[in-house]
Design a protein around this ligand. Structure first.
Ligand SMILES: [Zn+2]
Length: 228
């Protein structure tokens, strides 16, 4: 006589493990909890990330200024120890030492392997990364450095800004243009931050508005007058 045994229906391991669960993957509450956790993490991390990016931009700007300093030294070696001639709109000198009107930014172009005939601007790669404007005037030359290197006292070289962050001007010249200086690093949206400055001895240093009394006339401001 043939005996039959009733076996339960076959189920896979997967079916056994999850058969008792509802088919919904996760509940609305679980979803909201995940969203809340992600929001908290983003709120915690974003300010730190923004601060890090601000520091990175300041470092990149310092690197640009250091490179400009090297190029200015190369230029002085080639041109009788003179720094940039005060061409362009600088007062008191229309021709500088090159016989034609040029901005200092255009004069050092060949040292960046750019075309000499580009009379005006630094290469775009040298743009200050924190400069939001569209003009090419993001760095300005201190007009007081537009003379022979051995005329400028060594003490003045160290403490005075030779090239710095500007906005709407390619010269550091007080009270001549509406915004000759731009304190755009490490600050808030109102530009109440730090101005990056290449000093005459080649070091780059940040200055806030209070540190150097930079808005005083250049005759009395050591940061802008190497002879004071
Ligand atoms: Zn800058």
């Amino acid at each position: 006589m043939k005996t039959t045994v009733d076996l339960p229906p076959r189920r896979s391991i997967y079916q056994s493990a999850y058969a008792s669960r509802p088919k919904q993957a996760f509940t609305l509450v679980e979803l909201l909890v995940v969203i809340a956790i992600l929001s908290i993490l983003a709120a915690l991390l974003l300010p730190a990330l923004q601060q890090a990016m601000t520091s990175v931009r300041m470092a990149a700007c310092s690197n640009n200024l250091k490179q400009i300093g090297i190029v200015l030294t190369l230029y002085a070696d080639d041109y009788d120890r003179r720094l940039m001639p005060p061409t362009g709109y600088a007062p008191g000198n229309t021709n500088g030492w090159v016989g034609q009107e040029r901005r200092w930014t255009g004069i050092i172009n060949p040292y960046f392997d750019m075309n000499w005939n580009d009379r005006w601007n630094l290469p775009y790669s040298m743009k200050c990364p924190s400069y939001k404007g569209t003009s090419a005037y993001y760095y300005g030359l201190n007009y007081n450095f537009s003379r022979k290197l051995d005329v400028i006292p060594a003490k003045g070289m160290t403490r005075s800004i030779m090239v710095g962050d500007t906005s709407g001007s390619f010269y550091l010249f007080p009270n001549r243009w509406t915004k000759p200086y731009h304190f755009r690093h490490l600050g808030d949206e109102q530009n109440e931050g730090t101005l990056n400055g290449l000093h005459g001895d080649g070091h780059v240093e940040g200055h806030d508005k209070s540190s150097g009394k930079i808005f005083t006339p250049h005759e009395t401001c050591p940061l802008l007058n190497p002879f004071k």
